[in-house]
Write a protein that binds this ligand. Structure first.
Ligand SMILES: Cc1cc2nc3c(=O)[nH]c(=O)nc-3n(C[C@H](O)[C@H](O)[C@H](O)COP(=O)(O)OP(=O)(O)OC[C@H]3O[C@@H](n4cnc5c(N)ncnc54)[C@H](O)[C@@H]3O)c2cc1C
Length: 368
């Protein structure tokens, strides 16, 4: 997110100096490096749909812009519903998504069976499948493309406030940096940074474990990222498959706790996948890693834009598992705010911090 803001400031011709401060230049524990790098249009909020549409356009444009192919595989997400309530949610979401310009088709079980014959569908009432601009891509490649301008490896340890504004940034090295506008792009550590300005933000580090598995008899074809009604998701990754789930217990974790939750594979993921497809009965995890969601406990949506009182403190926080695909639109929005004092391309006001103050969730129903 920090890189995306810096990138779009340059694109917009910002004439001030821009400094990205990163505590770990290896990015080893950043959410970005540990992400599953998916992009979807299937959200329940139309703003999130539009944010991802720009994400897809920007990712596809990387070939012309940077001469780098970010390998967007537009195989779509396939949401499956096994109850009439679940099917109704898919119908409502799909109607909104289509009106926002997304290419999402509702599929009856017979149609799903024709497209994806490896799936067992006895319990399925309806599916929703993205026909374009949905799939997965090279997320680290996107970050590398966005990296621009001046970076320093150091840790923000304090903020100076003067006359209701952030005037300076204190770094662990002892260096102090003067500040015109400060953007909090600290991922799962967003609340620590906000706390330095006396601001509360309901963003917590929540652990998500991804598993790469080998399949004895892999299903073939252009398979989607399938989201089972149990919340288990699964998609092809080269000749293997990548999977994960929303854990049943989901505590806040320490910022340095990256121990994979191995139990999830045996207890949640394998039973769900084996029930969904004969092909997934004989599978073996071959790699696994954990990363942290910057989880917004209010409404699982991003918090974007200025603090209402400390107006030069900008948030780019709380992405709750869908931030990588949002980085182009968020970077552009915050750069517009900094350069013009307003959003010009997409209005991000409804994702502002005000809703935290008034406790008014903008609930995102499609969280994976
Ligand atoms: C397992 C997993 C799967 C995911 N899958 C997807 C997906 O399929 N699609 C999708 O769109 N999103 C996905 N996400 C979410 C996505 O990865 C994040 O929303 C996005 O990468 C967030 O970017 P960020 O820049 O906000 O945070 P980060 O990438 O975490 O970057 C924040 C940076 O701030 C630095 N920092 C923190 N504190 C300080 C400090 N005090 N001083 C200096 N630097 C500091 C950190 O070192 C870090 O590098 C997933 C996340 C995880 C963990």
């Amino acid at each position: 997110m920090g890189s995306a803001v810096a990138y779009f400031l340059k694109e917009l011709g910002f004439d001030g100096s821009v400094l990205v401060i990163e505590r770990d230049g290896s990015y080893a524990q950043s959410s970005t490096a540990l992400s599953a790098s998916g992009i979807r249009q299937q959200f329940s909020s139309s703003l999130n749909v539009k944010i991802s549409q720009f994400g897809a356009e920007f990712i596809k444009g990387a070939t012309d812009r940077w001469s780098v192919d970010l390998h967007l595989r537009e195989n779509g997400y396939l949401y499956l519903a096994s109850t009439s309530d679940g099917a109704q949610v898919l119908r409502e979401n799909q109607a909104m998504q289509v009106s926002a310009g997304a290419d999402i088709a509702l599929l009856e079980p017979a149609e799903i069976a024709t497209k994806f014959p490896h799936l067992r569908l006895d319990d399925i009432q309806l599916g929703a499948h993205g026909q374009s601009n949905e799939g997965w891509f090279d997320g680290v490649g996107l970050m590398q493309g966005l990296r621009t301008g001046e970076y320093i490896q150091d840790e923000v340890v304090g903020l100076d406030l003067e006359n209701g504004r952030v005037s300076g940034v204190k770094l662990a090295s002892g260096r102090a940096v003067e500040c015109g506008v400060f953007v909090n792009a600290a991922g799962p550590r967003a609340a620590v940074i906000a706390g330095m300005a006396g601001i509360d933000i309901p963003v917590e580090a929540r652990k998500r474990t991804n598993f790469l598995f080998d399949c004895m008899e892999a299903p073939v074809g252009d398979l989607p990222l399938m989201i089972d009604p149990t919340g288990v998701w699964c998609r092809p990754e080269g000749k293997h498959f990548l999977t994960g789930c929303a854990p049943t217990d989901d505590p806040v974790v320490a910022f340095d706790d990256f121990e994979p939750r191995h139990d999830e594979f045996e207890e949640i993921i394998w039973p769900a996948l084996a029930a969904r497809s004969e092909n997934f009965e004989a599978i073996k995890p071959i790699r696994f890693w954990s990363g942290h969601y910057a989880y917004n406990t209010l409404d699982q949506n991003a918090v974007i834009g200025p603090h209402p009182e400390i107006v030069n403190f900008l948030f780019a926080n709380g992405f709750s598992g869908h931030g990588l695909q949002q980085s182009p639109a968020v970077g552009r929005a915050l750069a517009e705010w900094i350069c013009y004092g307003e959003y010009r391309s997409l209005d991000f006001s409804s994702l502002g911090y005000e809703r935290i103050v008034t406790n008014t969730p903008l609930l995102e129903r499609c969280v994976i």
